[in-house]
Write a new protein. Structure first.
Length: 572
């Protein structure tokens, strides 16, 4: 990381690059001063030409997601900071006074109307048929076992209300599962469930200074919240907010806004945690609120063993959190537009990522805190020529998104993993920069790859993943990049034979394959174009045992190992 940063600084040195920043970075790199590097903060309102802005932004952002051995916060410090932030925010929300001022009441009424228009009547048939088991860890099912069959292993976890719903409504719809769960005796089935009244707070990596908090749901809670989330997403799509395509639309709008300056790109802090139960009850249709609130668990187990009351209505890890965020924040900004303007302004929302007309910004930043929302000032841009939304960073119409390698947890990695990391650097930088702009950096990475692989650098087509090898669009490109690789040979059909790196999924025998067939039967025709008679994708039959019987194997979630494979292509 330090060497790459040094080479990038050398490549970007020019009369337009700030000389004081160049001297400061040179000193920091020479001393390997992590604290000094973290103290540097990029000014998104920095006025300069497009290319210089992109260069400075790249240099100051490349190590944002990388954790150095001697970083500002250690792993334990990051977790402690995350817990402290979560607890303090929940205490703030629990003390919040939701008495609405007279001048804000029209906004609340408008939000109610917008939510009712979007959601409409609650359709129980649509809801039940949309429920699917979650693909992530849940209470009683660790991440290593988070697959379809494990979710149906008895006992099944859920809150008291969720278990009642599961027995009375879901199993009445899912007859095959009902037979498996043994509904002949309610007393017998009660012993096959685990009642939970609290969820566990965990964290996942985010950046060098913070972690993202999540709370794995119960198995039945994840099943139910998934169906509710899909119902909300379907209603949003009918209204014109298609979650599946909004990301690309937001990036396009951010690019336009960086040239015109008439739109605001807004981000919020702790957005999912700031939507409280009282607020949802205030704006959502009664039936929808009751369905979302049914079985809600409001106790959280902290890493130190203590418990915290959950004032937030939903958090990351609950299936309907993201669609609900989109609904709530969109209706809030649209209500501002209806109350204070003519209601025709451009407004779009993806989770907590908002883009709206600049004239609404004074009203938004004044009224949002009255509902407990926290504006992320560092990622919200109303002025200036820089705009950011949904992973797209733009300055005066130019894409200036910097390459930021993902979190690296281990200080020591094996040879293959390090080779993959080098490929990620090489391809990630080339995707954002022309080769001539970062020639020194690419030469350094090529030299490192040549030494590491002993002249066996993997060359792959441009549609492969970043970790597979150096991506090229033509064969001669590898020679131009000074990469030492094995001669690429062709088979008798003229196709090029090459090798590439990938993560190989590990499989183990699955003794309970019925849920995979249930899933194929539950899928609507649009999700199963080849018919329900086809074996579901996760199942692989292998010869095993003394008699070489074909036995079912399914992938172990999250258990992968780096592997080199050989294949052919006609594109090179």
């Amino acid at each position: 990381m330090w060497n790459t940063l040094s080479k990038l600084l050398s490549d970007f040195s020019s009369p337009r690059f700030p000389s004081h920043l160049s001297r400061l970075l040179t000193d920091i790199i020479s001393r390997r001063d992590v604290l000094g590097l973290r103290a540097l903060d990029f000014d998104h309102y920095y006025e300069t030409d497009k290319h210089t802005f992109k260069c400075v932004y790249q240099v100051l952002s490349i190590a944002k997601r990388h954790i150095f051995n001697e970083d500002v916060l250690s792993a334990s410090d990051l977790q402690l900071a995350g817990v402290t932030q979560f607890v303090s925010n929940q205490e703030r929300l629990s003390q919040w006074n939701y008495r609405i001022d007279k001048h804000i009441e029209p906004v609340v009424f408008a939000m109610k109307g917008i939510c009712h228009d979007i959601l409409g009547e609650f359709d129980r048939d649509e809801f039940i048929s949309s429920c699917r088991m979650g693909k992530r860890a849940a209470v009683g099912v660790p991440a290593r076992r988070a697959r379809e069959s494990s979710k149906w292993c008895l006992p099944i976890s859920g809150s008291a209300d969720h278990i009642q719903w599961f027995v009375r409504e879901y199993l009445a719809y899912h007859r095959l599962a009902a037979e498996y769960c043994g509904l002949d005796s309610r007393e017998q089935f009660s012993s096959r469930t685990t009642e939970c009244d609290s969820l566990k707070l965990t964290f996942v990596p985010k950046s060098f200074k913070s972690l993202r908090s999540i709370m794995p749901n119960t198995v039945i809670g994840a099943l139910r919240s998934d169906g509710l989330g899909k119902c909300i997403s379907n209603r949003l799509k009918r209204y014109g907010l298609d979650i599946e395509t909004l990301q690309s639309q937001h990036r396009d709008l951010a690019k336009i806004a960086s040239s015109t300056g008439d739109l605001v790109t807004c981000d919020q802090s702790l957005a999912s945690d700031n939507i409280t139960r009282e607020f949802c009850q205030m704006i959502l249709p009664r039936v929808w609120f009751e369905e979302l609130d049914l079985g809600r668990i409001d106790k959280i187990d902290l890493p130190d063993g203590s418990q915290q009351h959950l004032a937030a209505f939903c958090t990351m890890g609950i299936g309907f959190t993201f669609p609900l965020q989109t609904l709530v924040f969109y209706s809030f900004v649209r209500a501002l537009d209806i109350v204070y303007f003519d209601g025709t302004s451009l407004i779009t929302c993806y989770g907590d990522d908002l883009i709206f007309d600049k004239k609404l910004w004074p009203f938004f930043k004044t009224i949002a805190p009255k509902f407990g929302f926290l504006i992320n000032e560092a990622k919200s841009f109303a002025e200036g020529w820089f705009k950011e939304s949904c992973g797209g960073d733009f300055y005066r119409g130019l894409d200036v998104r910097p390459f930021q390698p993902k979190w690296t947890e281990a200080s020591h990695v094996d040879k293959t993993t390090y080779e993959m990391l080098l490929y990620r650097f090489f391809n990630g930088l080339r995707r954002r920069w022309a080769d001539i702009d970062i020639s020194s950096t690419l030469s350094f990475l090529a030299h490192e790859l040549n030494l590491l692989t002993d002249g066996d650098v993997k060359i792959v087509p441009s549609d492969f993943g970043d970790i597979c090898g150096v991506k090229v669009s033509r064969l001669t490109e590898s020679d131009e990049l000074n990469l030492a690789h094995r001669p690429l040979v062709r088979n008798r059909n003229g196709a090029v034979i090459f090798r590439y790196l990938c993560y190989q999924q590990r499989y183990e025998r699955d003794h309970f394959i019925d849920p995979y067939y249930w899933l194929s039967l539950l899928r609507p025709p649009s999700e199963c174009p080849y018919g329900t008679d086809r074996i579901p994708a996760p199942i692989r039959y292998r010869e095993s045992g003394r008699r070489n019987k074909l036995l079912p194997f399914t992938p172990i979630p999250g258990v992968e190992r780096a592997h080199c494979q050989r294949t052919v292509t006609v594109l090179l």
